[in-house]
Design a protein around this ligand. Structure first.
Ligand code: HEC
Length: 145
């Protein structure tokens, strides 16, 4: 996942199209379904965060800051809902909201870790990031591996 691709995703999610801009705090307006967001936005960003190897330069670390921003914004977006048939019903559930909050929190941890270039904290954030995926799928998308 290149920085440009992540920036494009960030733009799509209305995070802001300026390199280095922090995630917007205003509620996002979903422009795609939860499923599309999972496949085209969440998965590439989390693959980047889980695929961390040995970042050295500012550019290397920026890739992870950008990926964390995408995860944060994706979490904020699914809290609002999406364009899929079930999305708004899901988003109205307190359990959904709690899973989305855990996704956002893990994204914030990853962002802090990347900003402070703390590789151990990156791995920890990656571990914290996974359970909400699994638990939310178990409840709202059963049958997914
Ligand atoms: C708040 C709940 C929630 C969280 C958190 C969540 N997902 Fe999902 N995810 C869903 C739902 C619901 C679907 C199915 C949407 C549909 O079918 O319309 C889905 C679908 C997916 C799909 C598509 C799978 C398929 O069967 O087509 C992928 C890939 C995915 N999620 C990845 C992730 C990853 C990776 C994470 C964690 C970083 C994550 N999701 C976190 C709710 C969640």
């Amino acid at each position: 996942m290149t920085r440009i691709t992540l920036l494009l995703i960030a733009c799509l999610l209305q995070v802001g199209c300026q390199p280095g801009s922090a995630a917007d705090t205003a509620a996002p307006v979903p422009t795609m379904s939860v499923n599309e967001l999972m496949v085209t936005v969440v998965t590439p960003a989390t693959d980047t965060l889980w695929g961390i190897e040995d970042p050295q330069t500012d550019e290397d670390w920026q890739v992870f800051i950008d990926a964390a921003d995408v995860v944060i914004r994706a979490g904020q977006t699914i809290k609002v809902g999406g364009t899929g048939p079930m999305d708004n019903e899901w988003a109205a559930s307190p359990a959904w909201d709690a899973f989305a909050d855990r996704l956002i929190d893990a994204g914030l941890d990853a962002r802090t870790a990347a900003e402070t270039r703390n590789i151990e904290a990156m791995f920890t954030a990656g571990e914290v990031l996974y359970p909400p995926c699994e638990e939310c799928h178990l409840q709202f998308h059963p049958g997914m591996q």
